[in-house]
Design a binder for this molecule. Sequence first.
Ligand SMILES: Cc1cc2nc3c(=O)[nH]c(=O)nc-3n(C[C@H](O)[C@H](O)[C@H](O)COP(=O)(O)OP(=O)(O)OC[C@H]3O[C@@H](n4cnc5c(N)ncnc54)[C@H](O)[C@@H]3O)c2cc1C
Length: 413
Amino acid sequence: MPVHCPADPRYDVVVVGARAAGAATAFLLARSGLRVLLVDRGRYGADTLSTHALMRGGVLQLSRWGLLEKIIAAGTPPVCRATFRHADAVVPVTIKPSYGVDALYAPRRTVLDPILVDAAVASGADVRFGIAVADLDRDRRGAVTGVAGRTRDGQAFRARARIVVGADGIRSTVAERAGAPFERVGTSAAAATYGYWSGLETDGYEWNFRPNAASGVIPTNDGQACVFASASPRRIGRGGVAPLTQIVAESSADLAGRLAAAVPPRALRTFTGRPGHMRRSWGRGWALVGDAGYFKDPIGAHGLTDALRDAELLARGIIAVVDGADERDALARYEMTRDALSTALFDVTDVIAGHRWTDDEIPDLLLQLNAAMASEVQALAALPPLPPPTDQRPSTHSSPQPHLTRSRPVPCG
Ligand SMILES: Cc1cc2nc3c(=O)[nH]c(=O)nc-3n(C[C@H](O)[C@H](O)[C@H](O)COP(=O)(O)OP(=O)(O)OC[C@H]3O[C@@H](n4cnc5c(N)ncnc54)[C@H](O)[C@@H]3O)c2cc1C
């Protein structure tokens, strides 16, 4: 017997994947009064393969949503400075307060993701971990109507929804089952290895770039600093302290000295590389957000910021549908906006991740990266506040879809 929520409620939205993109989308939708189910095959609060430097756009989103104070309360240190090193140049940049963002933050994923999940729960979303979605249900005309999968203990699971959101990461099952075509695929795939050092002297983000030897420092919770090295997959190999310290020594003698004086981690984690992609991110009854629809190499440290950005862009599109807009128009507009804000960043990240640039070329590539980020922040800062729940604002029209409801959700199991 498939497991259903009590009385088999049909949700407005089922979101698959409960991390940066999915939990944020579920939070924003539930906060606006939609009936939302958020599922993930993993466990609440578990770590994942990812460093976690947030750029200004990501911090701005958390601040706009009222969640930044929880990140700060979790002991995440403010990052007030970033230092770029390339060839013989050392370029310190002070993070200037703007758009209400006074500092950057790099919360561990064990801090950031649960804060977003908790916010979704507090807003009324049903959240269930230990559910692996394997397929999409469709109606006779091919529109997606729900998800099917299994619980951790092997029971069949089904949930119906007006819109299914795939926030299930790089190897998205929702994207694959929806048949979402790749619209762009990058040409480069760098590898990265990283770990957490204690007692490392640092005064902020550090980004060091030499040909086929990039490294950096990301100060984070519990007095630790995440140190990473990025290079071609061949150079990183299976990762670990040996290639990392070699790459750090090549890219910054200064960091190498401080690293030697700090306490190394017992183990490092290694990403073996994957080219970026942009997928068609909507269709009848489905949409993609986060890495599922748009992934780029971690060298630009921008995936989380984009996930938080696109969670809001998609939530706005879905809320517009609930408020009577044409689904195709609203979701196509979401993808168009995402792509307009992402293409320059995607392109320059792909070049940097190729690790085929010279010392002379990298300063200009970093300027391009910075310019792409600046226009994203401006676009986010210009967004009006999200609509409040329907019970707090006048309804001007009824939804054309009878099962699109704006009532508060019924708690699930
Ligand atoms: C090595 C590395 C370093 C990085 N460093 C940074 C950085 O410093 N800064 C930055 O901004 N970004 C960084 N990124 C990118 C960042 O990790 C991603 O952009 C971000 O995790 C995307 O979030 P997401 O919610 O889309 O997907 P994910 O975080 O991948 O979450 C997807 C979720 O979906 C769940 N899921 C998957 N399939 C199913 C299924 N079938 N059923 C149910 N649940 C499912 C998974 O369990 C998972 O919890 C890095 C990435 C890597 C690999």
